[in-house]
Structure formats: C-alpha cells, structure tokens
Design a binder for this molecule. Structure first.
Ligand SMILES: Cc1cc2nc3c(=O)[nH]c(=O)nc-3n(C[C@H](O)[C@H](O)[C@H](O)COP(=O)(O)O)c2cc1C
Length: 159
C-alpha cells in the first residue's frame, strides 16, 4: 500500500512525526512537506495522511488549502489526520483538529491523531517567545509528545 504523509511544521515537531509515520509504513511510504506537494501525483497513493501544528488555534494555511482543494480525491483514499499541539485537554485538542479540516474529511478519516507537541524556546522568534511566556506561562523548553498516540494512530491506519 503506497502511503503519502503530507505535513507542515514550524519548528520540526510535525515534521518529525510525519517522518516517523512514513518510516512505520515501510518502503512504499514517503513524507512530503506540503510546500512541495505540486511535484507529487496524489493518484499514485492508496493512503494519504495529513498533518500540521496548531498555532493560535489554527493549522498551517497550506495544509488547510491542500485538504480543501483535494477533498474529492482524498475521500476516495484511506486517510488519516494528525496535529501537533500543546493543548492538554483532549476534547479541546480534538476540536483543534476537527475545526481545521473539512468536515467530510474528518468524518472519512480512519484515524485522527493528537500527537502532543513541544515548546522549544531556542527555535522561537521573539514574538512567539513573548506569546508563549504570556499565554502559556512557559519559561523553559518543554516536550510533551504523546508517543502512545502516534503508535495507536499507526496501528489504526494499518488495521
Ligand atoms: C506562538 C505559538 C502559538 C501556539 N498556539 C497553540 C494553540 O493555539 N493550541 C495548541 O494546542 N498549541 C499551540 N502551540 C503549540 C504548538 O502547536 C507546538 O509548539 C507544536 O509542537 C509545534 O509544532 P511544529 O514544530 O511542527 O510547528 C503554539 C505554539 C506557539 C509557538
């Protein structure tokens, strides 16, 4: 089964997750940044996973556009959706995911992954650092990746 993982990532968290997924699906799987997606023929793939990270409640615009533009094709494939996020309330995090993809795609998806995330102060610009310190009261880098959710997501997609 050929697998494509399409992702966007600001500081590398969603990129790492996308690469991990591609590795888990074996030789017939690739992870591709949504910025370079024009080079890829989506018809070649049986399974398409889409993910990104949440910043101020929103996923990256190109991820949203990709899902909207290719909706009809995506509904004919096995699909999975994931986000990197720091919202700790599972219900709220799931809402962040479902609010950022077209409803039919959310309903069609085999798996929806809440992968957790990281606040990496070294990778943030001054504005991001300001927001994070003010809103999330974060003063040092922190990693809260939900490895178990990544494993569950992979298992559900392979089922
Ligand atoms: C400026 C800023 C705003 C953020 N806003 C949210 C948010 O609204 N909800 C959330 O769950 N996580 C939020 N996060 C956490 C990111 O989703 C988290 O850092 C994620 O790991 C980033 O993934 P990336 O490195 O792939 O971009 C925010 C992070 C930053 C730096």
């Amino acid at each position: 089964m050929k697998t494509l993982v399409v992702y966007a990532s600001k500081h590398g968290c969603a990129q790492n997750a996308a690469e991990k997924l591609a590795k888990a699906f074996g030789q017939d799987a690739i992870a591709n940044n949504v910025r370079n997606i024009a080079r890829i023929d989506l018809e070649d793939f049986d399974r398409i996973i889409i993910g990104g990270s949440i910043h101020a409640g929103r996923i990256q615009g190109p991820v949203k556009t990709f899902a909207q533009r290719n909706l009809n094709l995506l509904l004919q494939k096995q699909t999975g959706l994931f986000i990197c996020h720091m919202e700790e309330d599972t219900e709220k995090a799931m809402k962040e995911l479902t609010d950022n993809f077209p409803v039919p795609l959310v309903e069609h998806a085999t798996a929806k992954g809440l992968f957790g995330g990281e606040f990496d102060l070294d990778k943030m610009n001054i504005i991001e650092k300001f927001i994070i310190k003010k809103v999330a009261h974060v003063t040092e880098s922190v990693s809260k990746i939900h490895e178990e959710n990544i494993e569950k997501f992979i298992a559900a997609m392979k089922d």
